[in-house]
Design a protein around this ligand. Structure first.
Ligand code: FAD
Length: 430
């Protein structure tokens, strides 16, 4: 835990706030920072540690390239917010403008990239297709291994484990009250409107709640009688020993995707390779997820085991009882070593500069996914005062600042920075 964010007798929870944010990942800390900078009294409750879950475990890519077009306006704003955070910080969060490059194994992949570029043309991005020779030059090789690539020079990246805690410190300096080790068990209402949150350390009266709980958002809502078709998939990543700089860009390839880290090593993983534990919610929401599963069937491993009854299973509790959020302070799933061995092997072949690297650390992360793979941001008609900021679907490190900003605007009745309609909670007919 971070001493400055600890709850204690000397540092008790405030009795009231305008807005309570649940969850100290990138979405939650960005919402808290935005609210604090507007001088709105805000308390952020995190059951474990700031960025203990997805927000420190990701690859660090902050990209416009390849995005769902419904997310692009928010993503463009998000990149600006990331740059603004970086300017306000006096610590290095590893934010660099190196670009994103998707390498194409064959003509079919390249045609897919060309299709996205055509569909995104109204956004006037600096994205372009690279020829085989240009791709080779960028990779510092001459084998013509890839038929071409999609490249966006203005895309950025950062070190997640540094960046999100740094944004939390910025929020605290602006006046946000942040409490780690503080699980929110439930929300209570008065006259049909949010009136307070109940935490393990007591209640906080408030006018609005921003739910930025990552994979825990669904069980939290189910306990309130609300439905959210959100599932969790487990992904694995690793960092390596130092290796030469290939280029400032991140590289995505079907075998292995890489990003150079500020420590001189690489974060190496494979896109879309995930394990999907069958839990009761998977059966309940199966049909909503059929299109995603069909798309990703080849790279998702399904598993039925004791996780069926695990923390993300079906649980009900009262506000005066310990909740699953206290049982699991930090979700720390074991990495898939077999997968990571094969990814590292592929990386050494695709990027010969990495021939001598060794893995230094491996980790797993639970990703929250919506059926249409875009977030849920906005109010819930059945519970006025509750604002969703969840379901970032595996690409929310980049989008998180925009998600938090938009949620903060919607929680305080301000004009939204982009049209929030695509992100409505009610789009699933809940
Ligand atoms: C291996 C991996 C690679 C990825 N790579 C990228 C990438 O390169 N680029 C990208 O844009 N995205 C990437 N992502 C996705 C990205 O990390 C997530 O979309 C993003 O971090 C989600 O942020 P969040 O704030 O919504 O959730 P989280 O970071 O999961 O935070 C939610 C927080 O809420 C807390 N919480 C939940 N319930 C409660 C409660 N009741 N009370 C108190 N606290 C609670 C949790 O403890 C947690 O800390 C990757 C993810 C993984 C796992």
């Amino acid at each position: 835990m971070t001493p400055e964010f600890a709850h204690s007798e000397e540092r008790p929870l405030p009795k009231r706030a305008s807005v309570v944010v649940i969850g100290g990942g990138v979405a939650g800390v960005s919402a808290a920072l935005t609210l604090a900078q507007w001088k709105v009294p805000v308390v952020l409750c995190e059951k474990g540690r700031i960025a203990g879950e997805q927000s420190s475990r990701n690859w660090g890519w902050i990209r416009k390239q390849g995005r769902d077009l419904r997310e692009l306006p928010l993503m463009i704003e998000s990149q600006q917010l990331w740059r603004r955070f970086d300017e306000q910080l006096d610590e290095d969060i590893g934010l660099r403008t190196g670009g994103t490059t998707y390498l194409a194994d064959n003509e079919k992949d390249l045609a897919g990239h060309a299709d996205w570029l055509e569909r995104a043309k109204d956004f006037q991005l600096d994205t372009r297709l690279l020829s085989r020779a240009e791709t080779d030059a960028m990779l510092g090789q001459s084998e013509g291994r890839f038929v071409g690539a999609l490249h966006t020079p203005s895309d950025i990246y950062a070190e997640p484990a540094r960046a999100v805690p740094a944004v939390a410190r910025l929020a605290a300096a602006a006046g946000a009250e942040i409490f780690e080790g503080t699980a929110v068990r439930s929300i209570e209402t008065a006259g049909g409107q949010v009136s307070q949150v109940v935490t393990e350390h007591g209640s906080i009266a408030c006018e609005a709640v921003v739910l930025a709980g990552g994979v825990w958002s669904r069980p939290f809502l189910e306990n309130l009688g609300l439905s959210l078709p959100q599932l969790a998939v487990q992904s694995s990543a690793q960092r390596t020993t130092e290796a030469p700089l290939i280029s400032n860009s991140t590289f995505g390839a079907s075998g292995a995707s890489i990003r150079r880290r500020v420590d001189g090593g690489y974060t190496v993983a494979r896109s879309g390779a995930a394990r999907f534990d069958l839990i009761p919610a998977a059966f309940r929401h199966f049909f909503a997820f059929t299109p995603v599963l069909k798309d990703r069937w080849r790279i998702v491993k399904l598993r039925l085991g004791k996780t069926y009854f695990g923390p993300l299973g079906s649980h009900r509790w009262q506000a005066d009882e310990a909740s699953p959020f206290e049982a699991v302070r930090i979700f720390d799933p074991a990495p898939d070593h077999q997968l990571l061995d094969s990814v590292l092997q592929a990386a050494k072949t695709l990027y010969p500069q990495l021939a001598d690297v060794r893995p230094v650390e491996r980790w797993g992360g639970m990703i929250d996914v919506m059926p249409d793979e875009i977030p849920v941001i906005g109010p819930v008609a059945k519970l006025p005062g509750l604002i969703m900021a969840t379901g970032l679907s595996g690409h929310g490190f980049g989008l998180g600042p925009g998600v938090g900003h938009l949620a903060a605007q919607l929680a305080t009745g301000r004009a939204p920075l982009v049209d929030p309609a695509p992100f409505r909670y009610e789009r699933f007919g809940s």
